[in-house]
Design a binder for this molecule. Structure first.
Ligand code: C5P
Length: 232
């Protein structure tokens, strides 16, 4: 898979999702299904969106003991999604078990990427609640390196970190970057944002775009603008 724009389907019901996707006639965007939609609608929403011809990033961020994650990933591999994810904080043994669970009998599997540190965690929370006193940047890079060692394909990170992740983990290690806004758009609750063109210059492999597309008056035009700025 090459560079692509992934639309975050941050909706709470199947009806909202279908009426959004129905607007796209001549293109089938790569989409992200998160916890809210998955917990509301279950695996059938994944099958239905796949049947409509979309690639899917299933953003469930697994984090549990290795055996449980392995079994859960094995169930997810049957859903035929294109990207799954987990928390790198679950450790290298958990990530290795996830790769095993996700791998089908014929050796194929969806791409597997790790969340390093959530963007809601800052150095104060790390020190006070998680008792980690190292600089955030070095924790993110260590988690990315752990993910690479465990056999994962990449990480979710800010576009601002994409270049460093590539220099530590290699150019082929995928960087999937949320926090994308148009230069003339609303930032909303995101703290560190980048434009699609900025993410491209930073070397991101995929951008995840939510409200800049879903809340636009013309989502199809907004999506196409993202693609032309990011992919070219
Ligand atoms: O609307 P917006 O473009 O901010 O949505 C970004 C999407 O990416 C949301 O689905 C959000 O949960 C997800 N995400 C994020 N930051 C992370 C990880 C995921 O914004 N660090």
């Amino acid at each position: 898979m090459g560079k692509d724009v992934i639309i975050a389907l941050d909706f709470s019901s199947a009806e909202e999702v279908y009426s959004f996707l129905d607007k796209f006639q001549d293109v089938k965007p790569f989409v992200k299904i998160g916890m809210e939609l998955f917990y509301a609608e279950g695996p059938s929403i994944v099958r239905e969106i796949k049947k409509r011809g979309h690639k899917i990033f299933l953003d469930l961020k697994l984090h549990d003991i290795p055996n449980t994650v392995k079994k859960a990933m094995s169930v997810l591999s049957r859903l035929d999604v294109d990207i799954c994810n987990l928390h790198a904080a679950g450790s290298v043994p958990m990530m290795k078990a996830a790769v095993e669970g996700l791998t089908r009998e014929d050796g194929s599997r969806p791409l597997l990427i790790a969340v390093t540190l959530l963007t809601s965690i800052d150095s104060e929370i790390m020190e006070r609640d998680v008792l980690i006193e190292k600089p955030i940047d070095s924790v993110i890079m260590q988690y990315a390196e752990n993910a690479r060692k465990a056999g994962l394909d990449g990480v979710v990170c800010s576009a601002l970190e994409a270049g460093k992740v590539h220099s530590v983990c290699g150019e082929s290690f995928l960087t999937v970057t949320p926090g994308i806004r148009f230069a003339d758009g609303d930032v909303g609750d995101q703290k560190r944002v980048m434009t699609p063109a900025g993410a491209r210059a930073a070397g991101a492999d995929y951008i995840v775009v939510g409200r800049a597309v879903t809340a636009s008056e013309d989502p199809v035009a907004a999506y196409k603008r993202c693609v032309s700025e990011f992919v070219g």
